[in-house]
Design a protein around this ligand. Structure first.
Ligand code: NAD
Length: 256
């Protein structure tokens, strides 16, 4: 019989907020933080899935709560912050929600461009402002989910890639400006097997896997482990950093 996996207790008495938490990396991160003792607010626009994830990871103690919110709206962040404070001041913020419209630049409307930037980039900015007072008080940590495509091009993703690159600039700016009190870092996932890959043709999936040194997709749990590390007291001298979680995709010659 498979033994339950045991994790540490790095987030005991901590409160965490995770966006895009109804699915994929966000759900795995919320679960990992809860497993290590955190009370977690999960935010997403997908109420049905988000509620189910929160119920699954919250257990009988109810230390996980789902909030339906669009991260690109200040009003959504007011409700996220209020829900978090019912648990306690926020120690860890994981800005992970994203959206993408796959189309080349010349077929991307201004509305589509602005929407992708609003969710992927402005959402992280608004979230930071919404819980900054708590983060300062608690000497907290922020983790931004960027992407390997912050650095390397991918057809059909102009707004997505621009937003992920800008997140790295924002990461550095926030790390400098709030340095003594708040740490701000980014993870750059490579190909991670989540719902995002459902619409990718099999040949493109196979090529992406072939472009990794690991020879496989990563799992949401493997990214969650990196996010948890950056958000924890084990990373107290790491700020403004970008951590690749890409199975070596960035160093394999064929992807250069
Ligand atoms: P996913 O599609 O499984 O989850 C994304 C979640 O974001 C969904 O639950 C969705 O409902 C939510 N969301 C969308 N718009 C929102 C909004 N306005 N407000 C709140 N929530 C919203 O995706 P994933 O693969 O887990 O991706 C998570 C993060 O990882 C993203 O930032 C993505 O860019 C990044 N990433 C993923 C991969 C990969 O291969 N999966 C690679 C690089 C980077």
């Amino acid at each position: 019989m498979e033994q339950p996996r045991r994790y540490g207790d790095r987030f005991t008495a901590h409160t965490a907020v995770v966006t895009g938490a109804a699915s994929g990396i966000g759900a795995a991160t919320a679960e990992r933080l809860a497993q290590e003792g955190a009370a977690v607010v999960l935010a997403d626009i997908d109420q049905e899935r988000g509620t189910a994830v929160a119920e699954r990871i919250g257990g009988e103690g109810g230390r996980a709560r789902f909030v339906t919110a669009d991260v690109s709206a200040e009003e959504g962040w007011e409700r996220i912050a209020a829900a978090a404070r019912d648990f306690g001041p926020v120690d860890v913020l994981v800005s992970n929600a994203y959206t993408v419209d796959v189309a080349p630049a010349h077929e991307t409307s201004l509305d589509s461009w602005q929407r992708q930037l609003a969710v992927n980039l402005t959402g992280a900015f608004l979230g930071f402002k919404a819980v900054l007072d708590d983060l300062r008080t608690r000497r907290g940590a922020v983790v931004l989910t960027s992407s390997v495509h912050a650095h390397k091009g991918i057809p059909g993703h102009p707004a997505y890639a621009a937003s992920k690159g800008a997140l790295l600039s924002l990461c550095g700016q926030l790390a400098v400006e709030y340095g003594p009190e708040v740490r701000v870092n980014a993870v750059l996932p490579g190909p991670i097997l989540t719902a995002a890959w459902d619409r990718v043709p099999p040949e493109d999936r196979a090529r992406s896997v072939a472009e990794t040194a690991a020879g496989r997709f990563g799992t949401p749990e493997e990214v969650a482990a990196a996010i948890a590390f950056l958000g924890s007291h084990e990373a107290t001298y790491i700020t403004g950093a970008s951590l690749l979680v890409d199975g070596g995709w960035s160093v394999v010659k064929s992807s250069a």
